[in-house]
Design a protein around this ligand. Structure first.
Ligand code: S3P
Length: 446
């Protein structure tokens, strides 16, 4: 995928007056990917409302189309997907361009691993640096074969196995992408595919697979280990899906409202699945005033409206076991810590080094550039907070094709003396179209 603009789009974010108003954020990225993939495997028409129309999800849509699904967006923004049935995906004629999207890549590898086809996956410079062995290794045990670039990276060509062999796999890394890849491969594999998850990760795949009628069960052991069992081959029935607002996108206005003095905002319709809501808990522990109103269930996922009031935050030392529930929110949590009173110690976060950028190094460099005292550890960061005093500001921040780095430092700019310059805002389109207009609606930008 190529971004709409060929040239970097730098932008400066400056000290903001208090934020106010009510907004919604775009649909959940994880749920959007999965809704397209499972709809494409159901026989008949599924309907998806609130789909995230960001570049990552559009890469998934393009790939599913290239393999035979019919996917149409109507004028009301509803997506209609005519699936081909489990096992019915067609050989793509050209390479599948995954753009910046690790989730598209890893989940699709799983989905295709039990199909009789060959697919080549390509991606942008960021995605081409990310490790793929975590999915190719278990999928190879199911019978798929891979020719990858050095270091198990993209471009990579996969030959699916049909019939594939069911797998019983204990996750060596806490990753919802790996879990989901194996479960998706299990759909077209006869027998029992089992994934043992010692540390729980986001469970959207399990919820949605059940919703589509797959024979899947989850058992939780006394120590919290989850055992997910899927009986293949599955038959999926078309569904009507409503995608909640993405908590990982809500994280940015949430932190902005806490750190810009005098702010009070509402973010309506935010997904609050416990496997995703770790940042809300962390910010509350830091002293953040976040109230959840109208808790409800939408499309099998817990949802609520968040009312956030500016608060004096204090430093924290979160338990690394909670990392998966807020794995994508650390960059903006580091910004909250930079404005808190006292020291915050974040450890056990080695997974951040293999995200869209090395988020430990990218954040450490950026935080230093805007005047924050920070120590980089192999597995985390130690951040000295300003106690609510504006950060010095500066930049340009090198975002390294990482949307969440760009948005995190944009939020930091709202509480800075000299403003914060972001080198390139284009990556934001991967997950949060409308980020800058949303900040304008809240009164953060003139
Ligand atoms: C995702 C899982 C997480 C997360 C990513 C989306 C998913 O990755 O960081 O943005 O939708 O399954 P890992 O599985 O690598 O933890």
């Amino acid at each position: 995928m190529t971004s709409t603009l060929d040239q970097p789009a730098p932008m400066r974010f400056s000290a903001a007056p208090s934020l106010s108003g009510a907004v919604t954020v775009p649909g959940d990225k994880s749920i959007s990917h999965r809704s397209l993939m499972l709809s494409a495997l159901a026989v008949g028409e599924s309907r998806v409302e609130g789909l995230l129309e960001g570049e990552d999800v559009l890469a998934t849509a393009a790939a599913m189309r290239a393999m035979g699904a019919q996917i149409i967006r109507d004028d009301d923004g509803i997506w209609h997907i005519h699936g081909v049935g489990v096992g019915g995906l067609l050989q793509p004629e050209t390479a599948l361009d995954m753009g910046n999207s690790g989730t598209s890549t890893r989940l699709l590898m799983g989905l295709l691993a039990s199909h009789d086809l060959t697919a080549t996956f390509t991606g942008d410079a960021s995605l081409s640096k990310r490790p793929m062995a975590r999915v190719t290794q278990p999928l190879a045990l199911m019978g798929a074969s891979f020719t990858s670039s050095p270091g198990d990276r993209l471009p990579l060509t996969m030959r699916g196995a049909c019939p594939a062999v069911p797998l019983d796999y204990r996750l060596p890394v806490a990753s919802a992408q790996v879990k989901s890849a194996i479960l998706l491969a299990g759909l077209n594999t006869s027998g029992i595919t089992r994934v043992v998850e010692p540390i729980p990760t986001r469970d959207h795949s399990e919820r949605m697979l059940k919703g589509f009628g797959a024979n899947l069960s989850v058992e939780v052991e006394a120590d919290g280990t989850r055992i997910i069992t899927l009986m293949g081959e599955a038959e999926l029935k078309p569904q009507q899906i409503v995608v909640p607002g993405d908590p990982s996108s809500a994280a940015f206005p949430m932190v902005a409202a806490l750190i810009v003095p005098g702010s009070r905002i509402t973010i309506a319709n935010v997904g609050l699945n416990a496997t995703r809501a770790g940042l809300v808990d962390l910010l509350r522990e830091m002293g953040g005033d976040i109230v959840i109103e109208n808790p409800r269930e939408v499309g099998g996922e817990p949802v609520g409206d968040l009312v956030i009031t500016a608060s004096a935050l204090h430093g924290v030392e979160p338990d690394p076991a909670r990392a998966p529930s807020m794995i994508d929110e650390y960059p903006v949590a580091f910004i909250a810590a930079a404005l808190a009173q006292g020291r915050s110690i974040f450890r056990g976060l080695e997974e951040l080094r293999v995200k869209e950028s090395d988020r430990i190094a990218t954040m450490a460099t950026g935080l230093r550039a805007i005047g924050v005292t920070v120590e980089e550890l192999e597995d985390g960061l130690i951040i000295e907070g300003s106690g609510g005093q504006p950060l010095a500001g500066g930049g340009p921040i090198a975002t390294k094709l990482d949307h969440r780095i760009a948005m995190s430092f944009a939020i930091a700019g709202l509480v800075s003396r000299d403003g914060v310059e972001i080198d390139d805002m284009r990556p934001v389109e991967t997950s949060f179209p409308g980020f800058v207009p949303l900040l304008k609606t809240l009164g953060a930008l003139s």
